[in-house]
Design a protein around this ligand. Sequence first.
Ligand SMILES: Cc1cc2nc3c(=O)[nH]c(=O)nc-3n(C[C@H](O)[C@H](O)[C@H](O)COP(=O)(O)O)c2cc1C
Length: 200
Amino acid sequence: MKTTIKLPTPQKDLKFPLMKALEKRRTKRKWKDDPLSDQELSNLLWATCGITQEETNKSKSKRTAPSASNSQEIKIYVATKKGLFLYDEKKHQLLQVLSKDIRENIGTQKMMRSAPLGLVYVSDYLKMGTYLAGNDSRKWFVSGTDTGFISQNVYLYCAAANLSTVILGLVNRDKLHEVMGLKECEKVVYTQVVGKSIDK
Ligand SMILES: Cc1cc2nc3c(=O)[nH]c(=O)nc-3n(C[C@H](O)[C@H](O)[C@H](O)COP(=O)(O)O)c2cc1C
């Protein structure tokens, strides 16, 4: 049965100086085997594109990361040992999509497969329908840009929480698309692995 996992409330009052996080931000390719705690996962996902302003009759919600025309086209999938989940930022919960472990497809470098958690950034081209209609190269460009902001949010949270992370461009996108059962309008942009740091 497909499950819904309610995440704990993100710790928005977590104290860690922004300038220190910028200084500590680093690509780290080593991690412990242990999974992230539920609280770390909650904080991490809220950092990606959590809701910071609720929608009103007049305007769409706002997220921690900007997006072109506020199209919010990037969806965050979470791959763990337990399966594949979609982050539902409106309810701050995870929706199970698959019950199989797909982390072997997270990146083409062998070391990445051992990371406890993989984020897959998927662009929904239908969400950029009106202002970029028919222009797939612009959609790809915008998807890459918008994913970059999300990825940097992850890097900064990881720096503050002593987690290791790597954004991955070395990805077999066609294979991942197939394994995840994505639609034609959904494109894998980048992936990003996260694990507990082995450093103190
Ligand atoms: C768009 C992009 C794609 C990247 N793809 C990979 C990758 O596939 N594998 C990897 O090990 N590192 C990847 N990196 C990480 C870079 O190698 C890393 O950011 C760079 O060496 C600078 O190190 P720093 O992030 O610690 O400043 C990527 C970085 C960016 C921005």
